[in-house]
Design a binder for this molecule. Structure first.
Ligand code: NAI
Length: 393
């Protein structure tokens, strides 16, 4: 299968590596020659490291490298069966590239976008044949994260969806089908991991102190009690407060200002101050070499309260995604374990904690705050009334 990748940045380079490893012929195109050069050099480094770790041998490295051609003209992508675009997150620019590409390619060629926040329907609408367009959303780093969200637009043909789904399976990835709605599955369901942690911090909930000790305590709770690999503040510092804040704001606006997705002033102020996270040397934490190490408050009662509140908000979000047919129960759980390394699927977690417990926790929060943010998903409420649990996970 001939694959074309447009954009040789973080995502495009990773996707090219995945396709080339699965023995597809890949053409990687970028408007900036230096981006192509950097991508080629980065791949050599990655493959050398894999040789050092004895994951691949020299022959495999040569095979992967020879499968990728670095291309400086869009016209040269004419023979691609599947094109995946991973350029700047801007609808106008994406549409211009797609319109030009369509004039070079055959009618059967599939044109996909790796967009995180634009609607696939809006991208597809610029094409003569919008039924050939689909979302294929990888996670960073693409060669390591198994999950790929496949997002058919309202215009996408079933045949295109099926072809893409089986291609991604052949690439040894875990494809899940998601509805074309803001954040798809992962970037929607994961919002409370950041948003509720920030809210808890702002409230000094359960006696949390301000400053780094507060952040460190929430992070400690989520890792120690929850089994998450990283705490919310560590993760926001890793992603970048500017990037994470923008995603939150985009999702908030896209959901017509549903208070559940409301961005946080704490994060906005950190981004405004230039406290972007690891990349700027300071975020919620100070990464300077001589910075004082902060210790969390390891209080079991406080920890339990914080953990339960973040967990139930995540479960509620996952249940609502199922309620609104964003994806199947199985795919919602796979998305969170294979896309962002959650220790358990959230719906399986709901079963474990008990549906009654989830509803009671949500109602307790709603009772206290009287905010729409804390409304319990109707699905959980129905399930409680019928003594049901989540099935087919
Ligand atoms: P990036 O900034 O690392 O790379 C973008 C590349 O596209 C650059 O090399 C740039 O020169 C090139 N480019 C820009 N305009 C172009 C054009 N008209 N034609 C050809 N090449 C062009 O960006 P990144 O992070 O790889 O993101 C790309 C896309 O993937 C975005 O739509 C983003 O929303 C999405 N995405 C990003 C993730 C991430 O964690 N970085 C995760 C999943 C999706």
């Amino acid at each position: 299968m001939n694959i074309a990748i447009i954009g040789a940045g973080t995502m495009g380079s990773g996707i090219a590596q995945v396709a080339a490893t699965a023995d597809c012929k890949v053409k990687l195109y970028d408007t900036k020659p230096e981006a192509l050069q950097e991508s080629e050099q980065a791949l050599t480094k990655i493959l050398n490291r894999l040789i050092e770790k004895e994951r691949i041998d020299q022959e495999e490295k040569n095979r992967i490298q020879s499968n990728i051609a670095y291309i400086e003209s869009l016209k040269d992508l004419a023979d691609a069966d599947l094109t995946i675009e991973a350029i700047v997150e801007n609808l106008d620019i994406k549409q211009k590239v797609f319109q030009e590409l369509e004039t070079y390619q055959s009618d059967e060629a599939i044109i996909a976008s790796n967009t995180s926040s634009l609607s696939i329907a809006s991208i597809a609408s610029c094409l003569q044949k919008p039924e050939r367009c689909i979302g294929i959303h990888f996670f960073n780093p693409a060669p390591l994260m198994p999950l790929v969200e496949i997002i058919p637009a309202v215009q996408t043909s079933e045949e295109v969806f099926q072809k893409v789904f089986s291609t991604i399976q052949n690439w040894k990835k875990v494809p899940v089908k998601a509805k074309d709605t803001p954040g798809f599955i992962v970037n929607r369901v994961a919002r409370p991991f950041y948003g509720e942690a920030l809210r808890i911090y702002e409230e000094s909930y359960a006696g949390l102190p301000e400053g780094e000790t507060g952040f460190a305590t929430i992070d400690w709770v989520m890792k120690q009690i929850g089994g998450f690999r990283m705490g919310p503040f560590q993760l926001m510092d890793f992603i970048g407060n500017d990037v994470n804040y923008t995603v939150t704001e985009t999702v908030f606006k896209a959901f017509y200002y549903d208070p559940r997705y409301k961005p946080s002033f704490t994060q906005k102020r950190h981004a405004e101050a230039g406290y972007l996270g690891r990349k700027s040397g300071r975020g919620f934490y100070n990464y300077a070499e001589d910075a004082k190490k902060v210790s969390p408050i390891k209080d079991a009662v406080m920890g339990e309260k914080i953990f339960n509140r973040i967990l139930v908000m995540l479960i509620n979000e996952a249940a609502d995604a199922l309620f609104l047919n964003i994806a199947t129960a199985k795919d919602i759980d796979l998305a969170m374990t294979k896309g962002v390394n959650y220790p358990k699927g959230l719906l399986a977690w709901a079963n474990e904690k008990g549906i009654d417990w989830c509803v009671d926790q949500m109602d307790e929060l709603y009772e206290l705050y009287r905010e729409d943010r804390y409304r319990c998903s109707p699905l959980l409420r129905q399930m409680k009334a019928n003594s049901e649990t989540f099935q087919n996970l």
